[in-house]
Design a protein around this ligand. Structure first.
Ligand code: PLP
Length: 374
């Protein structure tokens, strides 16, 4: 049976990975500055990660959410402690889209309303409400048109107020640093206005931290650069370092009710262990501060490149914008210099999303390669 052909694939077949490197079947070594799309947080094949998953696998890998699983409480307490978002509650699922789907659904349950406000260039996933809140017509099917979503630009408080004043908005969903959209960020003033306007108009503010969370921005969550308290925070990607796990942190003003949300796989024993391992390593290896320092180093070095038009992002969620499209450059980086980078919906931008324990010497390798390509 052929594979359903939805992915344009690079001719590379990773068969092994360790730290910031992946290796193909011939043993060729590639520097991973893409992290498998911002997923690899603590590095490939980390010792603690392997040890904890293996131990859990030998005990129990999975049982349903109909029974006690204290690992979920342990994980919830650890996320509360490390993130400083102390009075949230955790619901677990298995992917970023599912996290946002549940976040939007919960906002609708809570407010009794159904329209969503999202932002230009937003990406929130490929499921029903999440894809409708994604600013890309090409990935929306006619079926998705049943959702009521309107897009406005970042930093347009008047437009936001006008929409919220209509009284039918259940949620405003935003990425503090846009991922797929190309690393744009709202201003601090606008983020504060979003919070106030949502409060005034009884709408939920949802921070989509699927890509930017778990230390990638240098803070636990990218929105924590601002003094706000979203109603719901969605998480996935770096949370599991490759194990499929996601979730939402829910402000307790939103009350849980039996049956309101649910999942078969979400929060299983292996998923919790993977995420507990990630948190243990993030803290022990001080990867929040490290990501911040590496981001600052990257930005300083990138300023030396005359062919780079704009440097975007922070921590290890970074983008380099060029005057022309970067498709050919990214291919050259892979096949000539053996470096993986990411693309975005901005065709002129490469994304840098390495494991959070990447070192200066690895970033230097990219700068040497970029200079050689120009
Ligand atoms: C900000 C953001 N939200 C949601 C998603 C969807 O996550 P997933 O692919 O795990 O469903 C992504 C994926 O790239 C993302 O970047």
């Amino acid at each position: 049976m052929p594979l359903f052909d939805v992915y344009p694939l690079y001719e590379v077949e990773p068969t092994r990975a360790r730290g910031v490197y992946v290796y193909d079947q011939k043993g060729t070594k590639y520097l991973d500055l893409y992290g498998g799309h911002a997923v690899i947080s603590i590095g490939h094949g980390h010792r603690t990660y392997k040890r904890m998953l293996k131990k859990q696998l030998h005990r129990i890998g999975f049982y349903s959410n109909a029974v006690q699983n204290p690992l979920q409480e342990k994980l919830s307490a650890e996320i509360n402690r490390q993130s400083g978002c102390t009075d949230y509650e955790l619901f677990m699922c298995s992917s970023g889209a599912e996290a946002n789907e549940n976040a939007l659904k919960l906002a609708s349950f809570h407010t009794g309303k159904s329209r969503v406000i999202a932002f230009d260039n937003a990406f929130h996933g490929r499921t029903s409400a999440a894809v409708a809140a994604t600013d890309n017509k090409n990935i929306q099917a006619p079926l998705n048109a049943q959702q009521k979503v309107d897009f406005i630009p970042f930093n347009d408080a008047d437009a936001l107020e006008k929409e919220l004043a209509k009284g039918d908005v259940c949620a405003v969903i935003f990425e503090a640093i846009q991922g797929v959209g190309g690393l744009d960020e709202p201003t601090a003033a606008f983020v504060a206005q979003m919070e106030t306007l949502c409060e005034n108009h009884q709408a939920c503010l949802i921070a989509d931290e699927v890509q930017s969370g778990f230390g990638r921005s240098g803070d636990f969550f990218a929105f924590q650069k601002y003094n706000i308290k979203p109603h719901i925070i969605s998480i996935a990607k770096g949370m599991g370092n490759g194990f499929p796990v996601g979730g939402i942190l829910v402000n307790p003003v939103i009350k849980a009710k039996y049956g309101m949300l649910g999942t078969t796989f979400g929060g299983n024993h292996l998923a919790c262990s993977a995420s507990l391992a990630v948190l243990q390593v993030l803290e022990k290896e001080k990867l929040y501060d490290h990501a911040k320092a590496m981001g600052e180093y990257f930005i300083e070095r990138a300023k030396e490149l005359p062919f780079v038009k704009t440097i975007k992002g922070r921590g290890l969620m970074l983008g380099l914008e060029f005057e022309k499209e970067v498709g050919a450059l990214r291919k050259e980086l892979i096949f000539k210099h053996r470096i993986f980078t990411g693309g975005s919906s901005n065709k002129n931008l490469i994304r840098i999303l390495p494991p959070l324990n990447v070192k200066q010497k690895h970033l230097d390798q990219l700068f040497t390669a970029l200079n050689a390509c120009h």
